[in-house]
Structure formats: structure tokens, C-alpha cells
Design a binder for this molecule. Structure first.
Ligand code: C5P
Length: 221
């Protein structure tokens, strides 16, 4: 078994999920989108009306919910208690709330535990904010993807399920705000691991980024 684990971190809209999915395809690895897990919890709490300040209640519901990532034809699908919530978790509502739930320590401990289990047998491409630093500190390949805020806002604009409600300028502001929350939180903040390779993708296309990461992986094995 010469499979390795690949950690891809970076701020919102840097292209992590697209790139991670394609790298996983090329290597026949499993793609794990950890942001989708924080988003699914956020969607569920919003539905239940549980505010991020009510940490005990958030935890209680999180430990009781069945959260599943399943491979689908157009990428990973997310299920909460058997319901496909994939299309709900990319809304502006979830975008604006997710970083506040993601600060809850117990919630992070629980999701990190699930994420490590998915990577036990190796052959995983995992994307998020704290994969190289906290979830998989021993990942054989670590990449930190960045791009300018403007470029990231443009990329997110085309991905939002309800983009018409929002101007590009507003999106840029929201992304900058989410970056700040993710970078400044106390528990495993968004940070580049010391041994990660930084890739600024502002002027790279997706295939260039994928090829670069796959070449890192091949030189590792
Ligand atoms: O990657 P994505 O934009 O879907 O992540 C949504 C949010 O989930 C991030 O802004 C961050 O607050 C949280 N997150 C996190 N740790 C991860 C992945 C996502 O805190 N590993």
C-alpha cells in the first residue's frame, strides 16, 4: 500500500474543493470536504433555531445527528439524518453563519475525530482550514491554496446557489469577514502549516493547480 494522505487548506474561495476533487479523481483517492461538514451542522442548527451561543445545545444536537458524506456523480453529497442537504449548505444564510458555529471547541473535536477516521486507511484528499495543522499533521503532502480576495469572490459568485440576491462587492466583503473570523479564532485557526507548500492560484487555472499537486504526490511515493 503506497497510498498517502493529502491535506489542502486555505481561505474561502481559493478553489480548494474543486482542486481537491480533481486530484482525488486523478489518483483514484477519496475526497473529503470538511467545510461541508461544518456547513451541514450550521444548516441543521439554523433549521432547529439553535444559536451558536448555545454551545451545549449545539453539541447535544451535533452528537445526535447522523452526518454522512457520500460520493455522487457530480461530486460529494452531504446527508443529515438520511436527508440530502447538499444544495442547502451553499446558501448565503449558511455562509454568513458557519464560521460562528465552527468556533465551538466541542463541535470541532467531534468533527476532527470523524475526519481522522475517514483518513485512517490513507488515500484521502481532505480540504479545509486546519487539515495540515490539526486534523492530519502527518499528511504526506500539504498544500496551502490562496488567491486574492477579489479573485476568490469571483469564484464563489459562480458557485453560490442563490447568487442573484447578492452583489459581487457584498460577496467580497463577506469573504474578507469570514477569513478574519477563521484566522482569529482560538481553536485551530486558519493557518498555513510550517511544512505546507503555498500555492497562490490567482493567476493559475484549475488544471495547472491540479497538475502541480499531483506532481507533489508522485514525488512523495
Ligand atoms: O470550505 P468552506 O468554505 O466550505 O468552509 C466553510 C466554513 O467552515 C469555513 O469558513 C470555516 O469557518 C469552517 N471550516 C473550518 N474548518 C475546516 C473546514 C471548514 O473551520 N476544516
Amino acid at each position: 500500500n503506497d497510498r498517502i494522505n493529502i491535506a489542502i487548506d486555505g481561505p474561502a474561495g481559493a478553489g480548494k474543493s474543486t482542486v481537491a476533487r480533481l486530484v482525488a479523481n486523478e489518483l483514484s483517492y477519496i475526497y473529503v470536504d470538511t467545510g461541508a461538514m461544518y456547513r451541514a451542522v450550521t444548516w441543521f442548527m439554523t433549521k432547529l433555531g439553535v444559536e451558536p451561543e448555545c454551545q451545549d445545545e449545539v453539541l447535544r444536537h451535533t452528537l445526535n445527528m447522523v452526518l454522512e458524506l457520500r460520493p455522487g456523480s457530480e461530486g460529494q453529497k452531504v446527508f443529515v439524518d438520511g436527508e440530502d442537504v447538499t444544495s442547502y449548505i451553499r446558501s448565503t444564510q449558511v455562509n454568513s453563519m458557519v464560521s460562528r458555529y465552527a468556533q465551538i471547541e466541542g463541535l470541532r473535536t467531534h468533527l476532527v475525530h470523524l475526519q481522522r477516521q475517514m483518513a485512517l486507511r490513507k488515500g484521502v484528499v481532505m480540504d479545509g482550514r486546519d487539515i495540515g495543522t490539526t486534523v492530519l499533521p502527518d499528511a504526506e503532502v500539504k498544500v496551502f491554496l490562496t488567491a486574492s480576495v477579489k479573485e476568490r469572490a469571483l469564484r464563489r459568485f459562480s458557485e453560490l446557489s442563490d447568487a442573484d440576491d447578492m452583489s459581487l462587492e457584498q460577496l467580497e466583503k463577506d469573504i474578507a469577514k469570514r477569513d478574519a473570523l477563521d484566522e482569529q479564532r482560538e481553536i485551530s485557526p486558519l493557518r498555513c502549516a510550517e511544512d505546507a507548500t503555498v500555492l497562490d492560484t490567482t493567476n493559475m487555472n484549475i488544471q495547472q493547480v491540479v497538475t502541480t499537486i499531483v506532481s507533489f504526490c508522485k514525488s512523495q511515493r
